[in-house]
Write a protein that binds this ligand. Structure first.
Ligand SMILES: C[S@@+](CC[C@H](N)C(=O)[O-])C[C@H]1O[C@@H](n2cnc3c(N)ncnc32)[C@H](O)[C@@H]1O
Length: 282
């Protein structure tokens, strides 16, 4: 994702923009679990997400994956004993998830469904799921998070949990990266108020960046905030790979700092992404 936005940005995401985002992800689905969507640095973020999901969800949970992509998380969660309904707005991504689940003989435990996170009203049931998760930014593309929160309240059992990683606003590594290159427009993109166009594979992903508390506002009526922390605050974000490539030991140390310190006040509002855990109110 790289092209600068046009300012001022629109506050809402229109149906045409949602379709543009879907086309963008359809166009990269074939190779998204290669370097573009799952390089070594992204795999570290994924491991951190798995650690938090393992801490949060009880064994044998029934889970919803929002924006499952190629199904890497859904298949992993099924492998450790959960049952997952994996959903995504892109039918090409859902196809990849279905294929992966079949290849790994996990089809009974992973069911993949074309459904945007803004379309949860299409999912039947009340108090059906033990939890829901979303990894690496699908929720940055959802037009109305409050409406989504209401649907999740309907779908989750009382006490059910949400674990999300969301693209944040203030990423110190990114600030240094673009300041050094004097890319002012790119530097400002995360601070836009509404949805901004972000280029990917000659398509556009309409993206809303959030600070953690700004994001939580949409959920606070239905869900209590349990934990939030920066993700890739000390460790560099996935598109800044030189530390990992040239100084692997430093890279490991920076990840250790992330795990130890990124939940501290002030730090927890920073980072390429943030990780947030919430619990359904009764
Ligand atoms: C950066 S990828 C992350 C995929 C996956 N969660 C992972 O960890 O690899 C973002 C995903 O969000 C999906 N997405 C975009 N907008 C969405 C929406 N409104 N509802 C659900 N999924 C959406 C895309 O199709 C894509 O698969």
């Amino acid at each position: 994702m790289s092209s600068p936005p046009s300012f001022p940005p629109p506050a809402v995401c229109t149906p045409a923009q949602l379709l543009a985002t879907r086309d963008a992800f359809d166009s990269v689905a074939a190779d998204y679990d290669g370097p573009r969507g799952n390089n070594a640095l992204i795999q570290e973020m994924r491991r951190e997400m798995w650690r938090w999901m393992d801490l949060t969800f009880a064994p044998g949970s029934r889970l919803l994956d929002l924006g499952c992509g190629t199904g890497l998380d859904a298949v992993r969660m099924a492998r450790v004993g959960h049952r997952v309904i994996a959903t995504d707005w892109s039918d090409q991504m859902v196809r990849r998830t279905t294929e992966r689940a079949a290849q790994e003989q996990l089809t009974p435990r992973v069911a993949a469904l074309v459904a945007g996170a803004h379309e949860l009203h299409r999912l039947e049931g009340e108090r059906t799921y033990d939890g829901a998760y979303s990894n690496l930014g699908p929720l940055n593309c959802v037009p109305d998070l409050e409406a989504m929160s209401r649907e999740l309240f309907r779908l989750l059992k009382p006490g059910g949990s949400l674990v999300f990683t969301v693209i944040g606003r203030v990423c110190p590594w990114e600030i240094a990266h673009y300041l050094g290159r004097r890319k002012w427009a790119r530097l400002r993109i995360r601070y836009a108020r509404g949805f901004v166009p972000v280029g990917m594979n000659n398509h556009t992903v309409w993206t809303h960046y959030y600070a953690p508390r700004e994001f939580y506002r949409a959920f606070k009526h239905d869900f209590a905030l349990t934990h939030f922390r920066g993700l890739c605050l000390f460790a560099p974000p996935p598109y800044i790979s030189w530390v990992h490539d040239r100084h692997p030991r430093w890279h490991e140390r920076l990840w250790r700092l992330d795990r130890a310190l990124a939940a501290w006040p002030v730090f927890r509002g920073l980072g390429d992404h943030f990780l947030i855990v919430m619990r359904r109110r009764r």
